[in-house]
Design a protein around this ligand. Sequence first.
Ligand code: M6R
Length: 367
Amino acid sequence: EKGGYEHFMLKEIFEQPKSVHDTMRGRLLVDEGVIKMAGIWDHVEKFKNANRIIIIACGTSWHAGLIGEYLIEEYARIPVEVEYASEFRYRNPIITDKDVVIAISQSGETADTMAALKLAKEKGAFIYGICNVVDSSIARITDAGSYTHAGPEIGVASTKAFTAQLTILTLIAFKLGKHNGNLGNAEFMSLIAELDAIPKKIEEVLNTTHELTQNIAKDFVKATNFLYLGRGYNYPAALEGALKLKEISYIHAEGYPAAEMKHGPIALIDENMPIVIIAPRKGHYDKIVSNVQEIKARKGKIIAVVNKGDRQVSEMADYVIEIPETSECFSPIVASVPLQLLAYYIAVYRGANVDQPRNLAKSVTVE
Ligand code: M6R
């Protein structure tokens, strides 16, 4: 059942070229220049006329939501807020029938997300689900939705569900942007062609970083802390990288927007602090370069995720993980893959039970 892999998590990491492809299949019709999503199309006026979209989720799904905010605001120019489901439901939020609430949940059973949705529904919002498990509670309570077709995710650490969620959110952003005129046809066509090629890029990254991440992992088995930094679309990818590491390896890890470093976390940096920095060429590269210089000056151990052929960041880094170049909006999908592998191997070398980390359950059905 693990298909020859030692753990479900590794199997699921390696399934991502297929799961991302499956999530696009039948929806992304590149030759026709069309994105087909019945759940969106049937209610497109709701989205178009929405005052705002509120995304609610927990954990990894919440990180996907943050990237969804960047995507939808950039391409469809609809205001988006992202909230932890648990905070949303307990803080008396302002919700009206002009709001669209999107819940993201792999399992479709997360208690806090479910309760938040019920609240939004009571207040008259249109509620939309992005779930992986077909016919799950969240899928059933929502007015409409889009399934991620990632296939069953067994490892407690979410991997392929995350990249499938990003795929759906990308499709939604492009579809809404095309419909409401904020995304011009030429840009739409070039973006969807690029999206179509993402599974191949994931495949490439799996091939080129699998051994490399194992070698890097060996040097960090005894680490007690990690920082993950990124900017723009890759800030949530940094949060997700840190969550992966902490939940399966039990190493304390924090993700930060790189520019926030100077507002506190920089005090933590010394020669014992490993810092994973996501620094693709497209997306605030020059700013990241100066962040890396600041880390270097304090002797932090730099593990840099960069584009192929990168010089500036690579020259300063202790470890370099190369990924293919993409438009900024796709980079979290590609950059997340080596970070999943890195977390996986650090955890494996520490002897941790990666598929079933202590204190965690696959779906959190308690509040
Ligand atoms: O099933 P859901 O997507 O609603 O689950 C939300 C979180 O519990 C989940 O993403 C959790 O953070 C994962 N273990 C992260 O890998």
